[in-house]
Design a binder for this molecule. Structure first.
Ligand code: NAD
Length: 312
C-alpha cells in the first residue's frame, strides 16, 4: 500500500484508509466478529489510518473500534477521532472548551488508548467559527500539550469553513467529505491554499456516503433527489457493462496524489479486500468518461449543512 505524507505532521498515512463510522451501525447492524475481521484485514493489507467519532452510532463506533483494537500494537495504526458533535440535531453540538476536553478523555477510554493521533472538531459548520478559533482549537492544543493527542484538525462539509478557519489560525489537518468523488471534485479548489500552509488533507467518502454504490444511499442521505438519481444511473451503467462503480470510485479518489489519504467507511472485510485490490488495477478510462458524462448534469452540486452563514 502506498503511503503519503500528511501535511507537516510527519505522519505517513496509507493512501486508502478506514472510516469506522459503520462500526457504530450507521449503515446497518454490525457484529463484533465482522468489525474485527474488517479491522484485521485493513491492517494486514497496509491500511494504517483509522477515523472515528463519538457521534458515530452515539459512541457505539468508538466502543466497537476500541474492542477491535484491543491487543493491536499501538504503533501499527494512526488513530483520529473527533469532538463537538454528539447527535444529529443542531442542539447536539457543543464546542465549549470544557466539553471538548472531557470528550477527549471519554474517547480515550472507549478506544482503550493512551493518546489519539489527530483530534478533530467535528462538522464545524454547525458551530460558531469564532468559538472554534478562539476557544475549541486552543482547548485541543492544551490536550496535545497534555500528551493526550498529537495533532489537531477540523472537519466539515462546506469548503467555506476550512477557508475561513485556516485564514485565522493554524490547524494540522482538514477532513473534507463528499467533495472529491466521481460526482463532486470541488475540493480541488481548496488544495492550493492547503498546500501553501502544508495542511494535511484527509479526503472522506469516495462513494459520496453510499451514493456511488450498487446498494445506493441510505435513507438518511441528505443529497437532493436529482443527485441520488444520477448516481444510481451511473451505478446501473457500470452494472450493465459488467463493471463496478465502487471500484471506479475508489480508484478515482486514490489516484489524486495531492490527497494524503481517502477514507472509505465499512465494517466488512470483503469491502476492504476489494477496495485495496482495485488499487493495483489500471483505471478503465472509457468507463470513467462514460460515468462522468452521466454525472455531468449534477457535477459539483452539493447540499447545505449547518448554519446558513457557514455555507457557500
Ligand atoms: P463512503 O463514501 O466511504 O461510503 C460508505 C458506504 O460504502 C458504506 O455503506 C459501506 O458499506 C459501503 N462500501 C464500502 N466499500 C464498499 C465496497 N467495496 N462495495 C460496496 N459498498 C462499499 O462514506 P462514509 O463511510 O460516510 O465516509 C468514510 C469515512 O470518512 C467515515 O466512516 C468517517 O470516518 C469519515 N467521514 C467523516 C466525516 C466528518 O468528519 N464530518 C463525514 C463523512 C465521512
Amino acid at each position: 500500500m502506498e503511503v503519503r505524507s500528511l501535511g507537516n505532521t510527519g505522519l505517513q498515512v496509507s493512501a486508502l484508509s478506514l472510516g469506522a463510522s459503520p462500526f457504530g451501525g450507521v449503515f446497518g447492524e454490525v457484529s463484533y466478529q465482522d468489525c474485527k475481521r474488517c479491522l484485521d484485514s485493513a491492517l494486514d493489507l497496509g491500511i494504517n489510518f483509522i477515523d472515528c467519532s463519538p457521534y458515530y452510532g452515539q459512541t457505539k463506533a468508538e466502543a466497537m473500534l476500541g474492542r477491535t483494537l484491543d491487543r493491536v500494537a499501538r504503533d501499527k495504526y494512526i488513530l483520529a477521532t473527533k469532538v463537538g458533535r454528539y447527535g444529529a440535531e443542531a442542539t447536539d453540538f457543543d464546542f465549549s472548551a470544557q466539553r471538548v476536553t472531557e470528550s477527549v478523555d471519554e474517547s480515550l477510554s472507549r478506544l482503550g488508548v493512551e493518546y489519539i493521533d489527530i483530534i478533530q472538531c467535528h462538522d464545524i459548520e454547525f458551530g460558531d467559527l469564532n468559538q472554534i478559533v478562539e476557544e475549541t482549537l486552543p482547548a485541543l492544543r492544551a490536550v496535545v500539550a497534555a500528551g493526550k493527542a498529537r495533532f489537531v484538525g477540523i472537519t466539515g462539509l462546506p469548503l467555506k469553513v476550512f477557508r475561513e478557519v485556516i485564514a485565522r489560525t493554524k490547524v494540522d489537518t482538514i477532513l473534507s467529505y463528499c467533495h472529491y468523488s466521481l460526482n463532486d471534485t470541488t475540493l480541488e479548489n481548496l488544495l492550493p491554499v492547503l498546500e501553501e500552509r502544508n495542511t494535511g488533507i484527509l479526503n472522506a467518502s469516495p462513494f459520496s456516503m453510499g451514493l456511488l454504490t450498487g446498494r445506493g444511499a441510505p435513507d438518511w442521505h441528505p443529497a437532493p433527489e436529482a443527485i441520488k438519481a444520477a448516481c444510481q444511473k451511473a451505478a446501473q451503467h457500470c452494472r450493465n457493462k459488467g463493471a463496478s462503480i465502487e471500484k471506479l470510485a475508489v480508484q478515482f479518489a486514490v489516484a489524486n496524489p495531492r490527497l494524503a489519504t481517502t477514507l472509505v467507511g465499512t465494517s466488512k472485510a470483503e469491502d476492504i479486500v476489494s477496495n485495496v485490490n482495485c488499487l493495483t488495477a489500471p483505471i478503465d478510462e472509457e468507463l470513467l468518461s462514460e460515468v462522468e458524462a452521466i454525472l455531468a448534469p449534477i457535477k459539483d452540486q452539493t447540499w447545505p449543512s449547518g448554519r446558513t452563514e457557514n455555507n457557500d
